[in-house]
Ligand binder design. Structure first.
Ligand SMILES: N[C@@H](CCC(=O)N[C@@H](CS)C(=O)NCC(=O)O)C(=O)O
Length: 341
């Protein structure tokens, strides 16, 4: 009996030890000491993460990095962006070269477990598609038997492509190229009949990189689920929580009608939920280990999820992507944030 009690006591101590270690903000401490968040992004996908001639990064992925910096530092500009190819990105995160990865990365079981990472939400619901030159005369992916297909390595895209062609009893010749600008050059030069990637990447490539966008069509078939989201490595649950809730804060702000334009007005709201979200009623910031004005700073400096979507990839942007699955759950979409309470 005594032994059992002792054993239980040892187990409890060990568990508590593990819990403390997991909560300890060692990554967060390092980020704060450095005074800057290091965010792994893509090498250049319009609307998601791309740098202009002055080296200023913009995009829906970049805005997640900015939101996390706003939560930690109260300043969305305190971010260093590290461009990564699909193949380099996971090593960059594992090695500590970047604090987090926000890079059109699909949330999958193996990445979330065997690679030693945690996904902290979904900032864009996507799916894999195909783009072809109109002169090919193809209207459906089912007509692609024997096609030459340009694809990037180290992606979910590669595997889905093989699965789809096998399932439909078709063959294809892969042209596997690591660098996105070389993939685009190969495709636009006609070295492959088809370019396949996340549909968002196809829209971005057509809008921003095609010599003549009107020459290309995106076929109707979407062959996979590609929930894209921010990723951190295992080891600092507090930092993971901050990344997770920074994204949720943008979604929750949209749901409650809080925008970058009206957030100062909203600070005077009588609505108890809005008061809690914006830190007028304190508690949420303390629980997360950040300033009580964390959501105010995110929304004021970066915007709510809808503003971020519209600015970067929405109908008012060159990409002209409809909200679709990325609409709020209250409007028939999938974007849903657990409550800030
Ligand atoms: N979502 C897929 C594909 C990710 C991916 O690499 N997509 C291309 C779409 S264009 C990309 O972002 N390339 C940019 C680059 O290599 O910098 C994954 O996580 O494996």
């Amino acid at each position: 009996m005594l032994n059992k009690v002792l054993a239980a006591g040892v187990a409890a101590v060990t568990l508590a030890g593990v819990a403390t270690a997991a909560y300890a903000g060692k990554e967060l401490d390092a980020i704060k000491a450095r005074g800057q968040l290091i965010c792994g992004v893509s090498t250049g996908v319009a609307g998601f993460a791309s740098a202009d001639s002055q080296g200023k990064w913009t995009g829906i992925d970049v805005d997640v990095c900015r939101a996390v910096a706003a939560a930690i530092f109260g300043d969305s500009e305190k971010v260093k962006y590290v461009p990564t190819t699909a193949q380099q990105r996971f090593t960059a995160l594992q090695s500590g070269e970047v604090d987090l990865l926000v890079r059109t990365t699909t949330y999958t079981l193996t990445r979330d477990t065997a690679l030693g990472f945690d996904f902290t939400g979904i900032n864009y619901y996507d799916g894999q598609g195909f783009m072809v030159n109109k002169k090919l005369g193809v209207k459906s992916a089912k007509e692609l038997n024997g096609a030459t297909v340009c694809v990037q390595p180290g992606t979910t895209t590669e595997l889905n492509l093989a699965d789809y062609f096998r399932a439909n009893k078709m063959t294809f010749k892969p042209v596997v190229i690591e660098k996105i600008e070389e993939v685009r050059a190969a495709f636009f030069a006609g070295r492959c009949d088809v370019f396949t990637t996340d549909a968002s990447g196809l829209y971005a490539t057509r809008a921003a990189n095609a010599p003549k966008p009107e020459d290309y069509i995106i076929l109707p078939e979407i062959i996979s689920k590609e929930p894209l989201g921010p990723v951190v490595r295992h080891g600092d649950n507090q930092f993971a929580d901050i990344v997770r809730w920074s994204l949720y804060a943008m979604i929750e702000a949209e749901e409650y009608g809080i925008t970058s334009k009206n957030v100062d007005e909203m600070m005077k709201s009588d609505n108890p939920t809005i008061k809690r979200i914006l830190g007028v009623t304190p508690g949420m910031g303390k629980a997360l280990g950040v300033d009580e004005k964390w959501v105010y700073n995110i929304v004021k400096q970066v915007g709510n999820y809808g503003e971020v979507f519209e600015r970067n990839v929405g109908m008012g942007s060159p990409l002209k992507i409809a909200r679709g699955q990325n609409e709020l759950w209250t409007k028939g979409g999938l974007q849903y944030a657990p409550p800030i309470r």
